[in-house]
Design a protein. Structure first.
Length: 201
């Protein structure tokens, strides 16, 4: 069974209906470590050695965060800046993270339609996430397409429930190392056949 580390960063978690639903469905799964960065480091004073040990102990790394200004909240960026050090995460003879899978799980207020060349945000979510993709690649990790929950301001209870079930199913696929199909052809992991078999009841 593969071990999954969910690095969660949301400075206003208590106000996020979508993220509360997503977290509730995965935080107590056996073999999953849910790591709330804002709860652990309210002063931004990150335990670099402890974070490295966590990374070493897991096979799949999930950056779970809201899409703040086309990126992530500041504490997650701080985490990346200080934890992914040269000589350990990347650089000559640095192989601590090699072969681990990595992905973003994000929530956005904007809908899928506004993240495209003809939409108000001009670019796709995947284009905005290029720094995460390149970071993962530099560290020798296998970067996967993101899992997204979009249009959260107006999402229905039924649609949100479907996303929470998909998220749980996604974590299960990673734990069991199940093939995800041709993920390279998917914009989001939500689009894979495995997760589209999931329906809310």
């Amino acid at each position: 069974m593969k071990r999954v580390l969910i690095l969660f960063a949301h400075p206003k978690f208590e106000q996020s209906r979508a993220n509360k639903a997503l977290v509730a469905t995965i935080e107590n799964i056996e073999g999953v470590t849910f790591h709330d960065l804002y709860e652990r480091y309210p002063d931004f004073n990150i335990d670099v050695i402890g974070e490295k040990k966590l990374l070493e102990q897991h096979d799949v790394i999930v950056w779970h965060h809201p899409f703040y200004w086309y990126s992530c909240p500041p504490l997650m960026k701080q985490w990346m800046d200080v934890v992914l050090e040269f000589g350990w995460a990347y650089g000559p003879n640095a192989s601590a993270l090699h072969t681990k899978k990595c992905l973003n799980v994000i929530t956005t207020g904007g809908t899928r339609e506004v993240y495209c060349p003809t939409g108000s945000n001009n670019y796709s979510v995947n284009e905005f996430l290029r720094p995460f993709e390149q970071t993962a690649r530099l560290c020798g990790m296998e970067y996967m397409p993101p899992f997204t929950v979009m249009g959260t301001h107006n999402i229905s209870d039924q649609e949100l429930e479907k996303h929470t079930l998909q998220y749980r199913q996604l974590i299960g696929c990673f734990q069991k190392n199940l093939p995800m199909g041709t993920v390279g052809d998917c914009e989001f992991l939500n689009d894979t056949p495995q997760l589209n078999k999931v329906d809310s009841k």
